[in-house]
Design a protein around this ligand. Structure first.
Ligand code: NAP
Length: 253
């Protein structure tokens, strides 16, 4: 296979949750640049998701957006059915939607525990649950879960978030083993600190302190994550499954 063919996603349909901004938008652009058509699942701001559509349009790929709170099991079924009907298939699913509600555990509200687990972890279950049957019937598919280094290492003040992201890793490995014989790969990406709205809320002195602990000396940018997702979604990664790939500037060293 030529190098170009190894990364070619022409004719593929990718669903990206939380694709309205940040890492999700960069993933939409990356997959479109490789030839995929894109279904963006978003929940909040229509103006933002329209910016994603415009970004994908530059690659001359089809892009439609679907409003759906990924924590809602029935709505996820409705939306995956609609996407499959509109596009004719779901070949790639990127579970990227995620939130934080940071607080030390002894002060954490039950509602903040539930909300983070429901969106980050149950959301990935909901979307995978409704998409994977189609992939099994097609005997091919790629599921990529955006976890976090917090899910690998833990992080003070992020008990709910770290648990949700660690749960995504368990989900990734279990589902990968369930569907490997059907030609479907399931992998997780664990970003470190990436410059998006999620980290822009951190105080400047904390950001400098964190950057000082990153061997590469800086926060990542959304395309750093999109690049690995583009790889995992492509034929070049057909023999990679059940893995957690850290993209963290060396934070783990
Ligand atoms: P972001 O800019 O806050 O984007 C989060 C996205 O998730 C937004 O598009 C948001 O949509 C969507 N979303 C939130 N709740 C949703 C729901 N209930 N249903 C559907 N979509 C929902 O954050 P980001 O930094 O790009 O993060 C993307 C992913 O990477 C997250 O899973 C995050 O945990 C993970 N991650 C980020 C970092 C980092 O340093 N930034 C590090 C490790 C992992 P609305 O705008 O409509 O709310």
């Amino acid at each position: 296979m030529t190098l170009k063919k190894s990364f070619d996603l022409s004719g593929k349909v990718a669903v990206v949750t939380g694709g309205s901004r940040g890492i999700g938008r960069a993933i939409c652009e990356r997959l479109a640049s490789q030839g995929a058509d894109i279904a963006v699942v978003y929940v909040g701001d229509k103006a933002e998701v329209e910016e994603t559509v415009a970004a994908v349009a530059k690659h001359k790929r089809r892009c439609q957006y679907y409003e759906c709170d990924v924590s809602d099991f029935d709505k996820c079924k409705e939306i995956t059915d609609k996407i499959a009907a509109d596009f004719g298939a779901i070949d790639i699913l990127v579970n990227n939607a995620g939130i934080t509600r940071d607080m030390l555990l002894m002060q954490m509200k039950e509602s903040d525990w539930d909300l983070v687990l429901d969106i980050n972890l149950k959301g990935a279950f909901n979307m995978s649950r409704h998409a994977v049957g189609r992939m099994i019937r097609n005997k091919s598919g790629k599921i990529i879960n955006i976890s976090s280094t917090a899910g690998c290492d833990g992080n003070p003040g992020q008990g709910n978030y770290s648990a949700s992201k660690a749960g995504m890793i368990g989900l990734t490995k279990s589902l990968a083993k369930e569907v490997a014989s059907r030609g479907i790969t399931v992998n997780a990406v664990a970003p470190g600190f990436i410059d998006t709205a999620m980290t822009q809320v951190l105080k400047d002195d904390l950001k400098s302190k964190v950057a000082g602990h990153i061997p590469l000396g800086r926060f990542g940018v959304p395309t750093d994550i999109a690049n690995i997702v583009g790889y995992l979604a492509s034929p070049a990664a057909d023999y990679i499954t059940a893995q957690v790939i850290r993209v963290d500037g060396g934070l783990s060293v």
